[in-house]
Design a protein around this ligand. Sequence first.
Ligand SMILES: [Cu+2]
Length: 104
Amino acid sequence: MNKKYSQNDTVPFMGMDSLFIKIARKINMKRIIAIEGMTCGHCQARVEKALNSVEGVKAKVDLKKNSATVEADSTVSDALLKKTVEEAGYTVTSIEEKKGLFGR
Ligand SMILES: [Cu+2]
């Protein structure tokens, strides 16, 4: 499918269409990072803080699932997310993109 709107487009009108695009973008941007090495709440907080310090990233770490759910701009690469977690002292085993409505 051809991409009709890019990440940085401004939508020149307001209405259901632009609202829908915003929501679809938001859904498209979720990624799940699988992380090894976290053992306690300190680890969790450390990884969460590291990820959230990256511009354009909103992250929530789940200690039980050994993963982080990340909402990030498309300009934030998987490589940067991986590097950020690894610099905090943990291992990234996979990063999976949650596909959105348009299967981008
Ligand atoms: Cu810990």
